[in-house]
Design a binder for this molecule. Sequence first.
Ligand code: SME
Length: 316
Amino acid sequence: MKEIYLAGGCFWGAEHYFRNIDGVVDTEVGFANGDTPSPTYEQVYTDTTGYAETVRVIYNPDALPLDELLRAFFCAIDPMSVNKQGEDEGTRYRTGVYYTDPADVPIAMEVFGEIQAGCSGPLAVELLPLKNFFVADGRHQDYLIKNPDGYCHLPLKIFRYPRLVSDLRHLLGDEPDMVARLSNAAALLKEKMGFFWVGFYLVGPAAPADAHGHGSPSPDGEELILGPFQGPFACMRIGYGSGVCGTAWKEARTVVVPNVEEFPGHIACSSASKSEIVVPVFKNSKVTGVLDIDSDELSTFDHIDAFWLQKYVSIL
Ligand code: SME
């Protein structure tokens, strides 16, 4: 087992998030890298003690390598925000990764570099050795389990996704049939997240007459063909680079669309669809299909859905 100390804003929500991730063995909330010994919550709350609200995360590196854990951590913070996460402000809500094993530094630096490359400004996240850590009193441990309606700066979906990934892994087991796997993957997402439409389009040979397709086949003569899904009936064939699905396929990247009417070339299978996310499914670095999710509300999807849905499809 290994340990790392992660400061991600209010520790109530941060702990609840980490404890749901497969490979995390134990969590404990407390105060890290401050000045005075044995601070109380009330003292730290004055924001004069130098401490950051921090979660001690014990994890199994075979099940959850540090780089993966850190990527999940970054998914739950605003990495450019200085001393503020959600509505919580103060130095106690600063973000940081505090290590006890110097061997963690190069791994962390690699992930920091990756995240920095995708940001428009400097990261506000500390990467430092752990100087000190004092466990917070019992009221603050597992706070959101004891107080399910308690305050949390994180959106609820961030607690659901790690469990969903874990459920999918158990549900699929070693079933070899792809139709069976994709069918249950669509059903699980639909049932647990309540999305309007969830389904897969798979890369396959273009129809000879291409009578019902949107757009043109790829240079290899392939197009996306409707696969297992949950929700209203949908268009069956989508060309290379066409619509949101064809774009995600061609560009081999996740596409988040807050308002489908503003996406050039969006293919409206249903007029009820308002926002959408499409995540490519890879096999040997080649896109073999896409996971497409439609919502009947605007702006349903963001970087949290993108991060966790990429994990979700990686199990397939
Ligand atoms: N809207 C998609 C087409 C598929 S349906 O949403 C099920 C697109 O633009 O690619």
